[in-house]
Write a protein that binds this ligand. Structure first.
Ligand code: NAD
Length: 336
């Protein structure tokens, strides 16, 4: 099938081209994001393949449809960037990669928790400067802490298992509790109880209307003083301005982010010689108890291989008119 691949980085091209030897699709790689200015390049392509920060709103989808696109293949699990109702109304099918390697994101979540709890981000620079003082590096042990996990699907369930191995008490909130987590002794509670009892809160639910700014001033007010908050889900689950207020007041003791609500203008690009215009983001970077990584949770060899294979398999199933097992549609949101 003829595929216009947007937001292509060298690693995308390498992994997709390699996996394509089993499929033989005609892949055309575009470095740019899919925007109203760049979408004309997809004219005549029945399939458009996109990533997390490509915005497929109603007007973009309408133009793609007029240009001949029938299928959107997401190279990611989240689909908050796609207007599923508009796609369904236009007859465009959407497929995604639901679980390419949940361990990649789960382990990155742990990397953020461990760095923040033991200040390894500060120690790294300090030791390289010949400063071996321990001032400010006093850590906390995870053993015995209570962790609240919001969203216990593929990723949240693994985070739960890893942290249980550290000796943490696991609380969870999910609109659909995971039977495996229940079997493993995870206690499902409502959000106010999760907020008030957790030393660490970690977010693994999708971004949708219900979870947009789920963590706002009101949520912070219910949390323990000095709580650690981790977000490897989607940026807009947290109201960033509320997080800044919570950091300044000491309510939020540690913040680890792999995602940021306005990341589309920043992440995946080298902006080291540019002035960053986003004052909220820059303010976040000034705090010593905040770590931000640029949406790299998914970025492991294992995951990229699985993403490439599943994306090309999804496209092949469409070309062969087979059932699309990884299709997302508006009913999916309701079912999820
Ligand atoms: P999943 O679909 O397996 O699990 C999501 C869970 O969230 C489900 O159990 C669902 O019932 C629950 N949920 C849905 N709405 C909820 C709500 N309102 N409140 C609480 N729970 C709710 O998804 P996953 O594979 O575990 O991924 C989770 C999220 O992680 C994705 O939606 C995506 O946004 C994000 N993600 C980030 C990266 C990264 O690189 N940082 C990579 C992959 C996925």
């Amino acid at each position: 099938m003829k595929v216009a691949v947007y937001s292509t980085k060298p690693h995308d091209e390498a992994f997709l081209s390699n996996a394509n030897s089993n499929f033989g699709h005609q892949l055309h790689f575009f470095k740019t994001r899919l925007t109203p200015e760049t979408m004309q390049a997809a004219t005549g392509y029945p399939c458009v393949c996109v990533f997390v920060n490509d915005v497929l709103d109603e007007s973009v989808l309408r133009t793609l449809k007029e240009q001949g696109t029938e299928l959107i293949a997401l190279r990611c699990a989240g689909f908050n960037n796609v207007d599923l109702h508009a796609a369904a109304a236009l007859g465009i099918k959407i497929v995604r990669v639901p679980a390419y390697s949940p361990y990649s994101v789960a382990e990155h979540t742990l990397a953020l928790i461990l760095s923040l709890s033991r200040h390894t981000h500060k120690a790294y620079n300090r030791v390289r400067d010949g400063n071996f003082s321990l001032k400010g590096l006093l850590g906390v042990e995870l053993h015995g802490l209570t962790v609240g996990i919001i969203g216990t699907g593929n990723i949240g369930a693994i985070v739960s298992r890893i942290l249980a191995g550290f000796g943490c008490r696991i609380l969870a909130y999910d609109i659909k509790p995971n039977p495996k987590c229940l079997e493993e002794g995870v206690a499902y509670v409502d959000l106010p109880d999760l907020y008030s009892e957790s030393d660490i809160v970690t977010l693994h639910c999708p971004l949708n209307k219900e979870t947009y700014h789920l963590i706002d001033n009101e949520a912070f007010a219910q949390m323990k003083d000095g709580v650690m908050l981790i977000n490897t889900g989607r940026g807009a689950i947290i109201d960033t301005k509320a997080a800044i207020v919570a950091i300044k007041s000491g309510k939020l003791g540690h913040l680890g982010l792999d995602v940021y609500e306005q990341e589309g203008d920043l992440f995946f690009e080298d902006l080291s010689d540019k002035i960053i215009d986003d004052d909220v983001f820059v303010r976040l970077l000034t705090f010593p108890n905040v770590i931000v990584t640029g949406h790299q949770g998914f970025f492991t060899k294992n995951a990229l291989q699985n993403i490439a294979e599943t994306t090309l398999r999804n496209i092949q199933d469409y070309a062969d008119r087979k059932p699309l097992k990884n299709q997302v549609n508006p009913d999916f949101i309701i079912a999820a």
